[in-house]
Design a protein around this ligand. Structure first.
Ligand code: 0GY
Length: 304
């Protein structure tokens, strides 16, 4: 099937620079996606956007270029609850990728087992209104109960302003809970202001809650650096991510978010994103936890 991209859709950056920061051996890109290819894995009818293609081969080439060893591939909303593209990528990764799927209440135990066999270890619950239609909370809780028996966890995606309303639901989840992109803080607000304090409190009071300190390109208002050769990009996001890494070093993950869905203004150079890491995890110890120990504990617990 041929798909026409959403008008204004930005394709991923074709020739990312080589990062100056050398990630530790065995690093995991713990948040990335595959899109189709649409001709092989059609996008879902209920999708809110139609992306460019972004294949497993292209993802694995980026992994190698940036110096990463493994990927955690997150089901993107353009594929709805049809996890075939995700499973195909996982099955072709030689054990070097795990997955986060989207499932409905109607999913069978056999389908869950197939997802598990392919490498899925979590489901994603998305509360970002521009991306998905509302799913009743009782359905999500039922799914969470079922997947917890497989040892999976729940990944949640929401915007900072919605945390108060979602608090009771999130704190009722029976599994480890991983938050995408620090709950999308508004970085024009103070890092010690009430909105981000609530997120820090969420992590402090709930020791099952982890956070991805990813997506500065999505959160930044100051944007990428001017074309002056400077590689310290997205600096307005640094205090937020650094605070989470320093306060909860055992419960943070990092990912590129390649191929960067729904960016309207610019497409990040993935090499530059990797160079963001030492600004938020300043020591080799913190970098090793963020990029190796934490994702390995969560997604490859069987590995020594
Ligand atoms: C992200 C962010 C976005 C999109 C998706 O699944 C998705 O469609 O995750 C977004 O538009 O903010 O995590 O990649």
């Amino acid at each position: 099937m041929q798909f026409e991209k959403t008008p204004g859709w930005l394709d991923w950056y074709a020739n990312p620079s080589k990062p100056r920061f050398k990630v530790p051996v065995g690093s995991v890109d713990a948040h990335c996606h595959v899109f189709g290819p649409g001709a092989e894995f059609p996008f879902a009818p209920e999708r809110k956007y139609t992306p460019c293609d972004a294949s497993k081969q292209q993802l694995f080439a980026l992994r190698d270029h940036l110096g990463f060893a493994r990927n955690v591939i997150v089901q993107a909303t353009c594929h709805g609850a049809d996890n075939r593209a995700l499973m195909d990528a996982l099955l072709h990764a030689n054990g070097m990728a795990r997955g986060v799927a989207t499932v409905k209440r109607s999913v069978t135990d056999r389908e869950l087992q197939e997802l598990h066999n392919a490498g899925v270890r979590a489901v994603r619950f998305n509360f970002v209104r521009r991306l998905v239609d509302f799913t009743p909370k009782d359905e999500l809780l039922e799914v969470a109960g079922r997947i917890s028996k497989l040892g999976w966890h729940v990944v949640i995606y929401f915007e900072a302003a919605d945390l108060p309303e979602l608090w009771d639901f999130f704190t009722a989840l029976p599994t480890t809970v991983v938050v995408d992109h620090m709950g999308r803080p508004d970085v024009s607000k103070p890092v010690d202001g009430p909105e981000f304090e609530l997120f820090v409190k969420f992590m402090r009071e709930q020791d099952n809650v982890w956070s991805k300190v990813s997506c500065p390109e999505r959160l930044s208002l100051s944007g990428p650096p001017a074309l002056n050769g400077e590689r310290n990009a997205y600096r307005d996001v640094v205090p937020f991510a650094r605070r989470i890494v320093q306060t909860f070093p055992e419960r943070v993950l990092w990912g590129t978010d390649w191929p960067h869905p729904n960016l309207k203004d610019h497409m990040p150079d993935d090499g530059l994103l990797v160079d963001f890491i030492p600004h938020i995890a300043a020591t080799p110890q913190l970098q090793h936890k963020l990029l190796v120990e934490n994702p390995m504990r969560l997604y490859w617990p069987e590995q020594p």
